[in-house]
Write a protein that binds this ligand. Sequence first.
Ligand code: URA
Length: 441
Amino acid sequence: MRMYDLIQKKKEGLALATNEINYFVQGYMDDQIPDYQASALLMAIYFCGLNERETTDLTMAICNSGEQVDLSAIPGVKVDKHSTGGVGDKTTLVLIPLVAAAGLPVAKMSGRGLGHTGGTVDKLESIPGFQVALDSEQFISQVRRIGAAVVAQTNLLAPADKKLYALRDVTATVDSIPLIASSIMSKKIASGADAIVLDVKVGSGAFMPDQQRAIKLARTMVDIGNQAGRRTAALVTNMDQPLGLAVGNALEVQEAIDTLRGQGPGDLLEICLELGAIMLLLAGKVADLQVGRGELLNLLKNGRALNKLEELIMAQGGDPRVVRQDGLLPAAEFTRAVPAPSTGYIRGINATAIGRSAMLLGAGRENMESVIDPSAGIVLQKKVGDPVEAGATLALLHANSTEGLEQVAAYVGQAYQIGFVRPRPVQLILGTVPVELSVPG
Ligand code: URA
């Protein structure tokens, strides 16, 4: 087999055979195929696409390039959840204890954040003492014992994705639906869950700004998951403004705790209930989403979901008192209010600009070597649709240095769009895959 022939074939719009896709991924991993030929194939895929079978083959070849987690020692249906990444997206922090309290075993491998979106592992590490470095025996035995565990995803999982992603990043081939879908799903399948729920974000704070493409990405990933024998479903959700109010690690943990206490923001709760209900449905715990939502609401009301978070924090060496006692999470030295420049309604909030601002305050990484400040971030005081008076606070910045604070305040102020006309209510859930999921009963 010759790489030249594969490039030529894809350039002509023909489908690659399974053994050709395996040859490409293995050859690239073994340094037998040079970057320039791999880049040429990626670009041909970018323009000519991959059919469903090729996309699944690529996913499995990437998945098979590394370790695959075996969760079979954990009884029950293991359901994983993945978000394509959004600003203020702390749904995983709420969902882990919530669905674990409903009896679903949660064996979660999560990533760290890069750029303007934070990672679940970084957020959990803002809890004093919390450890994410469990070995696989500890990981599995903790899930068996308390029903939930979270570990940092290792580089041993789908290593071909890391290498291919780095190449895509420098060859302008990141935004290809089959390449994104195979990249995400290879890691999810390697993580070992029986079922997968995907939250595909669309809007100004997501890497998919266009709804049609987001739905296509969701369908592609659901097809891959199902073909790989994992029950898979997706929600397409709005990321035109940050989710909830808090952006930044400890601030987001606090908001997740508030949500489990029944005092969280409505948009965050809504997405958590919907994703959680789908997780229960895929695991066969409930017959329909309405029943699932009802069950999850009960677990919030009776405090069991909050108890489960406390148990999880304790099991992983963290200070469990953060769950009931405010003031124990890291707090920034300075806060700075961002005032509204005019009176009117909030018509838009550029989520990427808010995410970048939080990163500038220290909440995110500019590169993998950056050190995160767990206490830094932004708490929005106004969201889209809210009325506002000139001079009222739009957002509160939390930082440990006053250097650059004024510029960030100006940047956050510019992220807000204020107008005289009240905007239409935000539609939070833009679609489900499969569509029947959204039909009650
Ligand atoms: N996230 C991934 O893991 N891979 C992509 O290609 C894009 C987003």
